[in-house]
Write a protein that binds this ligand. Structure first.
Ligand code: MLT
Ligand code: MN
Ligand code: ZN
Length: 306
């Protein structure tokens, strides 16, 4: 299978429109060596197929499609390579791009949990609004770990697990999490047996989560923050990384430590990187630390062949 990183930044993108943190100001002025990034989304297709699955629909989806002409195979007067959309959560940066797909001629096949469907019907009623356009053909992702497939994308199997992270700030249950607010998904190429574990929002690594990570050939996981107090110390928020459902990379019990326990051959990638994170600066000591640990930082346009 081929995984294309359409967007690798967390909510807000990089640089963020109103931000003058060291990274955002530096990438604008050219004084920090870093690559601009759109909001997090990946596209996965089997090797011999034009069509694939979009994971998350970011507000930057139209720019991401323009940047990837293969997402527009042009086999008919209206066409797309997006056979279906899978949502990892109902966050603004992962779900509001659904509005941009409204010109479809048929309902959009959409996989999400009950918790996310409820948020996208009540807290932020994207699905109700879309029903006045193409509508969605909603498919339920259960939390029992059962494998599912996406019609039109043969050869890929999907298996979801609930994660400890956070529902979107607009969610009626933002502060009382329910299973299914956030998912990790293992995608397996059924012919080669190769797999990736994808979890762009991951607040805590429980034994089942670590097992799923260790069983995959590659992990693409939460790279939002370097330190737990990153936003607090910049005066940008009163909340820590863990408070908003993101496990930081550094420190005891952080993502680097967990990734160090994976089998040697596991490919390790961070995605959903916040614009404040020093790892975006390719000359930073933090980026060098990741490189030494064999951890890659996703960037827009990256292809991962598994
Ligand atoms: C998050 O991942 O915590 C959210 O995307 C934040 C946001 O919506 O800005
Ligand atoms: Mn996010
Ligand atoms: Zn910034």
């Amino acid at each position: 299978m081929r995984i294309t990183v359409l967007g690798s930044a967390a909510g807000g993108g990089f640089p963020q429109w109103n931000c003058n943190c060291r990274n955002c100001a530096g990438v604008r002025s050219g004084t920090v060596r870093a690559k601009p990034r759109t909001q997090s989304s990946i596209f996965i297709r089997p090797d011999d197929s034009a069509d694939g699955v979009l994971f998350n629909a970011s507000p930057d989806i139209l720019e991401q499609i323009r940047n990837h002409p293969d997402l527009q195979p042009a086999r008919a007067v209206r066409d797309t390579a997006i056979a279906g959309v899978v949502l990892m959560d109902g966050q603004i940066d992962h779900a509001t791009g659904l509005f941009m797909l409204r010109e479809r001629g048929s309902p959009l096949p959409l996989w999400c949990t009950d918790a996310v469907e409820e948020d996208l019907t009540k807290g932020n009623p994207v699905l109700r609004v879309l029903s006045h356009f193409c509508g969605v053909q909603r498919q339920r992702i259960g939390l029992d770990g059962a494998s599912f497939s996406v019609p039109g994308v043969p050869g890929l199997a999907f298996r979801a697990m609930p994660l400890s992270s956070k529902a979107a700030p607009y969610s009626p249950h933002r502060d009382s999490p329910v299973p299914g607010d956030n998912l990790g998904i293992t995608i397996t190429d059924t012919r080669s047996g190769r797999s990736v574990f994808y979890a762009p929002g991951l607040g805590a690594i429980t034994p089942p989560v670590f097992d799923a990570m260790a069983s995959a050939d590659a992990v693409m996981v939460d790279g939002t923050f370097w330190t737990d107090d990153e936003m607090k110390s910049l005066g940008l928020s009163k909340k820590s990384a863990r408070d908003i459902g993101h496990l930081p990379q550094s420190g005891a019990g952080g993502m680097i430590e967990w990734m160090g326990k994976l089998p040697r051959a596991t490919r390790r990638l961070l995605i959903h990187i916040n614009n404040t994170n020093p790892i975006l600066d390719e000359d930073s000591s933090q980026r060098a630390e990741l490189t030494r640990a064999g951890i890659e930082v996703c960037e827009d346009g990256m292809n991962i062949q598994l």
